[in-house]
Ligand binder design. Structure first.
Ligand code: NAP
Length: 309
């Protein structure tokens, strides 16, 4: 435990966290940023970012986040590769306990912990996680070169995963529980081109009943499609059905019924406890874009500045 009381601690290293770090550093608040378990957050696994203003060469998510990290560091942000596991946020001095055992004391906190992959929640999924079931094509796609895989979901993330996999797999099925998609039109169009080339195929109005395997690896999936069951032989299955907010270490804060932190208490980014602010996917069930997260990180930093004055 250190007795030094910091001005502000930022929890999370996605666009929200780094934007908050850049703004608080430039306001001479000497921010400390605790990166969390995945430095750079969800975006680091996105092969190509096509909608970050100004980044017209479509950088990879990893490169974009690396640049943000370097920018925040260059301005004087102290980076800790650690994870907040416990918090005590009421009162003027907030205490954050890290996985390493270190305890940080601070006058204010900006939470930008983002969200993590949602899984289907069926027994066979649990049995084959790491044996053919994955939630990250960029991380695990390599293991399925020239193989047949399915991606579950109909949002932008599912299409990005599926498109990435068409570069290396023999065949990619996109399995979705209805006919309409939430994904961006440009991604659907690109996937349609792969369908025309015979490299990909839609399986619609279908939900996963059981992931099939031989005990060591996935061999297929049993789907319920309308009133019948069908089986697809597969080597891998990628789950891309959205995310759940990473808000477990904050039991004192008000959350909605899905676990998103509630904000808007006084200022736009203030949570239910004074001096604690939130930005990005941990508190945004609607927009969840890199650019909106960065914008909220900026707002949280400005709110912290006013709070400390
Ligand atoms: P999402 O947009 O919430 O889509 C989740 C998909 O999974 C939906 O199609 C949903 O079906 C399906 N789903 C949810 N639960 C399911 C279940 N239990 N079984 C089967 N299917 C299920 O999530 P996302 O694709 O991860 O995207 C999250 C956010 O990030 C979105 O706001 C998205 O715009 C953004 N994003 C943007 C980009 C970009 O390049 N602009 C890239 C990635 C993500 P229904 O449609 O039937 O509900």
């Amino acid at each position: 435990m250190t007795d030094k009381i910091l001005n502000t601690v930022i929890i999370g290293s996605g666009p929200a966290g780094y934007a908050a770090a850049i703004y608080t550093a430039r306001a001479n608040l000497n921010p400390v940023l605790v990166s969390g378990p995945e430095v750079g957050g969800q975006l680091t696994t996105t092969p190509e970012i096509g909608n970050w203003p100004g980044a017209k060469d479509n950088p990879s998510g990893f490169d974009l986040m690396q640049t943000m990290m370097e920018h925040a560091k260059q301005l004087g942000t102290e980076m800790l590769s650690d994870t907040v596991v416990k918090t005590s946020l009421k009162g003027e001095v907030k205490e954050l306990t890290l996985a390493s055992g270190k305890v940080l004391k601070t006058k204010s906190v900006i939470i930008g912990t983002g969200a993590k992959a949602r899984y289907l929640g069926i027994d066979s999924e649990e049995q084959y996680k790491g044996k053919g079931v994955s939630a990250c094509a960029t991380c695990d796609g390599f293991f399925f070169r020239k193989k047949t895989v399915a991606v579950i979901g109909g949002g932008s993330a599912a299409f990005i995963e599926a498109l990435f996999l068409t570069n290396m797999c023999e065949k990619v099925y996109l399995v979705h529980r209805r006919e309409g998609f939430r994904a961006e039109k440009v991604l659907i169009d690109r996937f349609d081109e792969q369908v025309k080339l015979g490299k990909a195929e839609y399986v619609l109005n279908a939900t996963v009943d059981t992931i099939l395997g031989d005990g060591n690896s996935v061999t297929g999936v049993k789907l319920k499609q309308k009133d019948q069951f069908i089986e697809l032989p597969l080597n891998g299955l990628f789950v891309a059905i959205g995310h759940v907010p990473a808000t477990e270490p904050f039991p004192e804060l008000e959350k909605d019924d899905q676990g998103y932190l509630k904000t808007g208490f006084g200022t736009e980014t203030q949570t239910s406890i004074e001096g604690v602010f939130a930005a990005g996917d941990c508190c945004d069930p609607v927009y969840r874009q890199a650019i909106t997260s960065a914008g909220q990180g900026c707002k949280a930093a400005l709110d912290v500045e006013h709070f400390l004055m």
